[in-house]
Ligand binder design. Structure first.
Ligand code: C2E
Ligand code: MG
Ligand code: MG
Ligand code: MG
Length: 283
């Protein structure tokens, strides 16, 4: 009897798996098509200096809305493009669009762009990125690439080579979602990067949970000692800002400062903050 039930369950699971695979293939085809027709978009979220709230750069975040599938999250379609082998095509399109948008921002502002882990295993990545920048005409010194600890660790030698090549051209590297990956602090010492982004899992609890507060305090102190910049991700409330300012955190990002918005809204945001940048230019 239990055997029969087991078999029934297997049937249910395999139907579910088949449906999931069908949906993945549907997304894959629509996404490949969206890349060709230039229908994948990029939005921008401000990154600010915590001391005074002045914008210092923007993170590019991929956005895609399909007529049939509706809005699909990058947390779904980026890993899918990696698995199915077309992350390069997707990333090239996104970087080109993001870099073109950054050309019309004040030149003091940096563009932060997410690299996927598969790209850090591909030795051609640095050349691809630099050639996209030169085609668009964006100074590599205005670009920051966000990578995760786990991505760096899985293909350490290749990743290290890609990072060195990019840094030699003036691109900066930031470690995204810091504190949630699978690295040891010792391994992190072997890699050269410029900035650490503290994962929002810590920031969201910073005012309610003493452990999170202590972890964030320790990360900030470590970064100061290693001469790395720090960004706190996922700042949603003024109380988070107050706490982070007291802890000496340099930069912040989150809904409190601004949600990711499209290129046109980003330009309007910049216009509203025009006086901030005039101040920034004088620094
Ligand atoms: P991420 O790089 O860590 O990006 C931050 C995510 O947190 C974004 O989600 C952003 O919209 C969200 N976020 C920002 N501020 C807040 C806040 O205050 N509260 C909350 N709850 N969330 C906040 P999004 O846009 O859905 O992106 C999810 C992930 O997808 C990104 O995480 C990144 O890993 C990946 N991704 C997005 N765009 C790209 C891309 O162009 N290339 C690659 N390779 N990955 C991308
Ligand atoms: Mg990121
Ligand atoms: Mg992040
Ligand atoms: Mg994340």
């Amino acid at each position: 009897r239990s055997k029969r039930r087991g078999r029934a369950q297997i049937t249910v699971y395999s139907t579910e798996i088949a449906q999931e695979m069908k949906r993945a293939t549907q997304i894959e085809q629509a996404l490949r098509n969206a890349i060709i027709t230039d229908a994948v978009d990029v939005h921008f979220q401000p990154i600010v200096r915590i001391r005074d709230g002045v914008v210092v750069g923007f993170e590019a975040l991929a956005r895609w809305r399909d007529a049939d599938l509706g809005f699909v999250s990058p947390a779904v379609f980026v890993p899918l493009a990696e698995e199915r082998g077309f992350i390069d095509a997707l990333s090239d399109t996104l970087l080109r669009k993001a870099a073109e948008a950054a050309l019309s921002w004040p030149r003091e502002l940096f563009l932060s762009f997410n690299l996927s882990s598969a790209q850090l295993m591909d030795p051609g990545t640095s050349r691809n990125i630099l050639s996209t920048l030169s085609r668009v005409g964006l100074d590599p010194r205005r670009l920051e690439l966000e990578i995760t600890e786990t991505a760096v660790m899985t293909s350490a030698d290749t990743a290290q080579r890609i990072i060195s090549e990019l840094r030699a051209s003036g691109v900066r590297i930031s470690l995204d979602d810091f504190g949630t990956g699978q690295s040891s602090l010792g391994r992190l010492r072997d890699f050269t990067f410029d900035k650490v982004k503290i994962d929002r899992a810590f920031i969201s609890r910073i005012t309610s949970d003493r452990a999170s507060e202590h972890i964030v305090r320790a990360i900030i102190a470590m970064c100061q000692g290693l001469d790395l910049s720090v960004v706190a991700e996922g700042i949603e409330e003024q109380a988070d800002v107050d706490m982070l300012r007291a802890l000496g955190c340099g930069m912040g990002q989150g809904y409190h400062y601004g949600r990711p918005v499209d290129g046109a809204a980003t330009l309007r945001y910049l216009q509203d903050h025009y006086h901030d940048f005039m101040a920034l230019e004088r620094i």
